[in-house]
Ligand binder design. Structure first.
Ligand code: SF4
Ligand code: SF4
Length: 363
């Protein structure tokens, strides 16, 4: 189902200027931890890229992940790219229904066998096959069928990546993550409840331009986006470092924008890109609007609970503790965090600003 048009042609048709396109490439390269010298190559490759096939399945989820992706007020560059590379089959967004929808899925899988990118949001219930079915097919069977011809699988959102809310105790449906069922294919976890839309664009941009998968952290998440904690990039961090904390949501500290740690902020244990990418086209993000981070991009965040309770680990250990799982006493999580941190530091060290004016001089 590939179109004959390249991405560059589609963007020009939609009035995107070369400068706007280069800005997007520079930002994407920075987020992907690419050195500035690779930005022209990224721009050239993206411009010539043709549309790959993407099949998107939705299982036990709330549609928040899809809602997040479609939440743009005007056609952004990311939106156009996503539109251009999307979507041969999408449970929620497709116009087709019934038999026609199922035929579309089967045709897309057959025509692009071995090449399509499979995106899945939602967890998979194993306790009783009847808990979640589509066209009479259980989620597990549909996933296993679709995985066979996929080049790579993206587990979109915390439910798909880690089980999320459906897997919270007592986990009545026996929900598991996508990665627990997929064997022999690369799985990229894009966690978050919901995930930040630009992250999937970034992952797809890398697949399109270099034909490679992104470097992943210990939880299978792209390091370029999950390489630093919310706390490391939070604009309230100077208040944390000075010991200035809001104690309630309407005290003087809250009005002055002090740190939300004592109101339950899980930013020190949470790895996601909210603090830099923000939400709703860069308008704001939870901490900026006065609410603590709940840690939604980490495994077990529902069961860890205590959304409005301060973390019970020594503050000196927080700044460099890598995983939220460690708070729940999961030693493995701490070990993986240390492993991931070394790689994260490498990825961060490569990020440098790049001038769009210089890029415009490149052919
Ligand atoms: S604890 Fe939360 S509010 Fe405070 S600096 Fe860290 S991320 Fe920001
Ligand atoms: S600020 Fe924290 S809880 Fe809110 S969306 Fe980002 S990672 Fe999730």
């Amino acid at each position: 189902m590939a179109t004959t048009k390249t991405l560059g042609e589609v963007l020009r048709e939609n009035g995107v200027t070369r400068r706007g396109f280069l800005k997007f490439c520079a930002a994407t390269a920075s987020l992907m931890a690419l050195p500035p010298s690779l930005v022209p190559a990224l721009a050239a490759a993206l411009e010539k890229a043709r549309r790959p096939s993407v099949i998107w399945l939705s299982f036990q989820e709330c549609t928040g992940c899809t809602e997040s992706l479609t939440r743009s007020h005007t056609p952004t560059l990311e939106g156009l790219i996503l539109e251009h590379i999307s979507l041969d089959y999408h449970h929620t967004l497709q116009a087709a229904s019934g038999d026609a929808a199922e035929h579309a899925r089967e045709d897309a899988m057959k025509e692009n066998f071995g090449h399509y990118i499979l995106v899945v949001d939602g967890s998979v219930p194993l306790a009783n096959p009847g808990y979640s079915t589509i066209a009479g097919i259980t989620n597990r069977v549909m996933l296993e069928e679709a995985v066979k011809g996929a080049a790579a699988v993206i587990a979109m959102g915390t439910c798909a990546a880690f089980g999320g809310l459906p897997a919270a105790a007592p986990n009545p449906t026996g929900a598991v993550s996508v990665g627990e069922l997929v064997k022999g294919k690369p799985v990229i976890n894009v966690s978050g409840c919901p995930p930040v839309p630009l992250v999937i664009t970034g992952v797809l941009a890398q697949l399109l331009t270099f034909g490679t998968l992104p470097a992943l952290d210990g939880y299978g998440r792209p390091l370029a986006f999950f390489g630093q904690s919310i706390h490391d990039r939070c604009y309230r961090r100077p208040f944390y470092d000075k010991g200035l904390f809001a104690e309630s949501f309407d005290d003087e500290g809250a009005r002055k924008g002090w740190c939300l740690y004592r109101l339950g902020c899980k930013g020190p244990m949470t790895y996601n890109a909210c603090a830099t990418m923000k939400w709703n086209q860069g308008t704001s993000w939870p901490v900026e609007s006065g609410h603590p981070c709940l840690g939604c991009a980490e495994p077990h965040f529902w069961d860890a609970g205590g959304f409005y309770e301060a973390l019970s680990v020594p503050t000196a250990a927080i700044a460099r503790t890598a995983t939220y799982a460690a708070v729940g006493g999961v030693a493995l999580g701490a070990a993986m965090g240390i492993l991931g941190r070394t790689t994260r530091q490498k990825a961060t060290a490569q990020r440098q600003p790049v001038s769009v004016d210089e890029l415009e001089q490149t052919p």
